[in-house]
Design a protein around this ligand. Structure first.
Ligand code: HEM
Length: 133
């Protein structure tokens, strides 16, 4: 039977499994490997901190995801399909390994943050203002 996410070790397992898939993903892998050229030894612990802060209310994350994704989008434009795919991969990876109230919670948080991030990042891609309102 699958267990729920209960501690940082579980978050590490989820994050590691998720980014193993992201790294070789045909739709979004390129943003990590070629656009941002992510240093995984730094990025993975940052992601453990991010999710531990959110799921277990630990005050350990000190990044700025909005700024990072806005920057990323200026190097290589992101589209809603990328965000939808990210969420689909995160949700299916969580379901593959865990089951229970915290697994539901982390998927809900991921969906909410994805909505906020994509809304802010993607408005930057609209070209100009309509000439007649
Ligand atoms: C289109 C989908 C996404 C892509 C391609 C993407 C890509 C990236 C990349 C390349 C970085 C590293 C940036 C750098 O270190 O220079 C990053 C950082 C990060 N991403 Fe995403 N991301 C996506 C969606 C999301 C979503 C939906 C979340 C949260 C639910 C998220 C959370 C984070 C966080 C917390 C960081 C670390 C920010 C920091 O260090 O300040 N990402 N992302």
């Amino acid at each position: 039977m699958k267990q729920d996410l209960v501690n940082r070790k579980d978050i590490e397992k989820l994050v590691n499994t998720f980014y193993d898939k992201v790294k070789i993903d045909h739709k979004i892998g390129i943003f990590f490997n070629e656009v941002a050229k992510v240093n995984w030894e730094e990025h993975l612990p940052q992601m453990y901190d991010f999710w531990e802060s959110i799921l277990f209310s630990k005050n350990v994350f000190n990044g700025n995801p909005m700024r990072k994704h806005i920057e990323l989008n200026t190097k290589q434009p992101l589209a809603i399909e990328h965000f939808d795919h990210w969420l689909q991969l995160f949700t299916s990876t969580t379901d593959e390994i865990f089951s229970g109230p915290n697994s539901e919670k982390i998927k809900q948080y991921a969906a909410i943050i994805k909505e906020n991030l994509s809304a802010r990042v993607l408005t930057k891609n609209q070209i100009g203002e309509p000439s007649i309102r």
